[in-house]
Design a protein around this ligand. Structure first.
Ligand SMILES: Cc1cc2nc3c(=O)[nH]c(=O)nc-3n(C[C@H](O)[C@H](O)[C@H](O)COP(=O)(O)OP(=O)(O)OC[C@H]3O[C@@H](n4cnc5c(N)ncnc54)[C@H](O)[C@@H]3O)c2cc1C
Length: 303
């Protein structure tokens, strides 16, 4: 079904925003990606439940995204519906006993700032990770030795057939850049973080230190999707890429960052094909020099 026809049908049935033939380059930090047939930002959880019910009755495929900061969308775009969980489901409330309850669409950097103001410690290491709480927990985002999913007390998820379930941390099955949410897949809608009480100024100070360190290490002024490859056990993927002499190597508008070898940056006008060709080249060169096969960390959608 054409994007416009499907969008018109959905507009009658959901309360959130519905866009037809929406360029995904507007919804990814890479600023790359062809159009999704339809993109929907549901208004709330009942709206999301109604939407996935309608799509499954119509047998239309759907894909969940957060803020698109770990995504590479193919140049051909995405068939079916993209459901965007950013700037929606974005409540942040403090409960008792150090629990911070966050909607999956809340942006992680602002949740970290909020936690610091409230004197809640634990998330400082994550304050510079862009994207949503939902994306960070789903991907078990990590920095400076800390893992976001390890801070979860419980999380509310929705199955693709519309059941709502609350999982504890163990049942989220956090792994290296994955959780059960990604593996099944499920839709994460709310997270309770278990944090510790501390003085707000101490939490803020630690947060600022992490942010400063990140600004020195990462190419934050150019579009990217963070680390392109997962770190092989006990080693940094960036070290292999750097040692292979690949910093600054480019294909079209995509370049291996000169600041951080595990970042691929969009120097302007990069296509998904440029990025994928560059990633393949990096994998081949690193394998031929060190017999290490790098595994993509960035999630590739569409095509
Ligand atoms: C400059 C920069 C720095 C970065 N630094 C780090 C870093 O230090 N550490 C790190 O781990 N990552 C880092 N990243 C990568 C990225 O920011 C994180 O992985 C982030 O947590 C992804 O969140 P998102 O909302 O953008 O998810 P998206 O990119 O939108 O989605 C990522 C995956 O999660 C799934 N998903 C997202 N939300 C949900 C949901 N609510 N329910 C179910 N599935 C969902 C999507 O289907 C997709 O498979 C960086 C990225 C950039 C651009």
């Amino acid at each position: 079904m054409e994007g416009i026809t499907l969008a018109l049908q959905l507009k009658d049935k959901v309360r959130g925003q519905v866009y037809a033939n929406e360029p995904m380059s507007r919804h990814t930090s890479f600023r790359i990606g062809g159009p999704a047939d339809v993109l929907v930002v549901p208004r709330d959880i009942p709206d999301l439940l109604a939407l996935i019910g309608i799509l499954s009755d119509m047998q239309v495929p759907f894909h969940i995204i957060g803020a698109g900061t770990n995504l590479l969308v193919e140049d051909e775009g995405i068939r079916g519906v993209v459901i965007k969980i950013a700037n929606t489901l974005s409540h942040v409330n403090r409960l008792g006993n150090g629990i911070l309850r966050c909607g999956a669409g809340a942006l992680l950097p602002s949740v970290c700032r909020d936690a610091a103001l409230k004197g809640l410690s634990g998330l400082e290491f994550a304050s510079g990770i862009p994207g949503t709480v939902g994306g960070a927990v789903t991907m078990n985002a990590a920095a400076f030795g800390g893992f976001v999913a390890e801070l979860v007390d419980t999380a509310e998820v929705i199955t693709y057939d519309g059941h709502q379930i609350r999982l504890d941390r163990e049942n989220l099955e956090p792994g290296a850049k994955t959780t059960r949410v990604l593996a099944e897949p499920l839709i994460l809608v709310e997270v309770d973080f278990a944090l510790k009480q501390d003085l707000p100024e101490r939490v803020q100070k630690r947060m600022q230190e992490y942010l400063r360190e990140r600004a020195c290490r990462q190419p934050l002024s150019l579009p990217s999707a963070g680390c392109a490859f997962k770190n092989p056990t006990g080693e940094g993927a960036g070290r292999f890429i750097d040692a292979a002499g690949l910093k600054g190597v480019s294909v079209g508008g995509a370049e291996v960052s000169r600041v951080h070898a595990n970042f691929i940056v969009n120097n302007g006008g990069a296509t998904a094909e440029d990025v994928i060709s560059l990633m393949k080249h990096v994998q081949e060169v690193v394998y031929s020099k060190f017999q290490v096969m790098l595994e993509p960390e960035v999630r590739i959608l569409g095509g």
